[in-house]
Design a binder for this molecule. Structure first.
Ligand code: 13P
Ligand code: SF4
Length: 313
């Protein structure tokens, strides 16, 4: 839960203090597209999980305040070990990333010795270190196509993302049985209800949604893909099938358009754990820090870099 900033200090004062601390610490604040509006508003950069880690590696700032969940801060640390990466609430995690461990993946690899292992960025650094290549929701098809055709693919942890990649790439893909509890819970009846209330509005869905939901989608896109599509489309109304935090940047960037959540209950509790006072405290104390041990980092970085070397289209 967000800390109630009104009980702690005047929100305006907290915001001013954060801006001052960011300067003093030579720090930047990154926020994922699912973060609460007040966090996105104070952030230097908002974006999807991978975009933010790449930005983190490109900045001259010494300290990165990562407002998102643990695997994202870890990915930033994998790419830029010389920087201090702060995750203002240490236990902001991702239940889907926690559905596979490095030990379980090592065991799986023994069962499928020929398989190329593709891990979603929503995994721990330990899992990335045991993987051949990473993928995101934006590039999963290109990553699947980059695997030599004679090789089977094992994808982890998201079964929905894997089934989407399987249906679009035609590749032999086996997968782990993980899922995002927020996207996986979206129901067909609910989507049909919102569709009938807004006939003609395109339904934009994230590939973490289950196959029966993706069958109803007009476009299947990552969070950055949904933002780009809505900005360039001539349509005036959209139904959004992903975490509700994205409604803030969608509405802000497109004030003349309307956005309807496929289900307003699609809120990720971990993405809402960080409040402004946590950011202030993290900058004061330079804590909690996320750092990956060098042995794991080097191997995890190789999987991330193999993905980054694959052309986007
Ligand atoms: P993207 O922003 O990479 O699409 O990720 C979605 C997500 O669920 C992050 O937790
Ligand atoms: Fe993880 Fe789903 Fe929350 Fe994203 S929305 S952080 S995948 S639980």
């Amino acid at each position: 839960m967000n800390a109630d900033i009104s009980e702690i200090e005047d929100p305006k004062k907290v915001r001013e203090s954060i801006r001052k601390l960011l300067k003093e610490r030579n720090a930047i604040l990154l926020a994922h597209n699912y973060q609460p509006p007040e966090i996105q508003e104070i952030a230097d950069i908002c974006g999807d999980s991978l975009e933010l880690s790449i930005k983190a590696s490109q900045t001259d700032a010494e300290v990165i305040v990562f407002c998102g969940v643990h695997f994202m801060a870890e990915t930033a640390s994998i790419l830029c070990p010389q920087k201090t990466i702060l995750l203002p609430v240490a236990n902001a995690g991702c239940p889907m990333a926690d559905m596979i461990t490095a030990e379980a993946l090592i065991k799986k690899r023994k069962e499928m010795p020929n398989a190329v292992v593709i891990s979603y960025v929503n995994t721990s650094a330990g899992v990335k270190a045991e993987s051949d290549v990473c993928c995101t929701s934006a590039n999963v098809i290109q990553v699947a196509h980059s695997v030599p055709p004679e090789k089977p693919i094992f994808m982890t942890p998201d079964r929905n993302l894997a089934q989407y990649a399987l249906s679009r790439s035609g590749r032999d893909i086996r997968y782990w049985n993980g899922y995002c509890p927020i996207h996986n819970n979206l129901q067909v009846e609910q989507v049909l209800k919102v569709k009938s209330a807004h006939p003609g509005a395109p339904f934009l869905a994230h590939p973490e949604c289950p196959p029966e939901i993706l069958d109803l989608a007009d476009e299947i896109k990552s969070t950055s893909g949904i933002l780009a599509y809505a900005a360039h489309s001539d349509e005036k109304e959209f139904i959004i099938g992903t975490e509700v935090g994205i409604l803030h940047p969608l509405k802000k960037a497109n004030p003349e358009k309307k956005f309807f959540p496929a289900d307003p209950a699609m809120s990720c509790p971990d993405m809402k754990k960080i409040g402004l006072p946590h950011i202030q405290l993290a900058l004061e104390k330079l804590h909690p820090e996320v750092r990956v041990t060098e042995e794991i980092r080097v191997r995890a970085k190789a999987a991330v870099e193999r993905m980054l070397a694959i052309p986007a289209k």
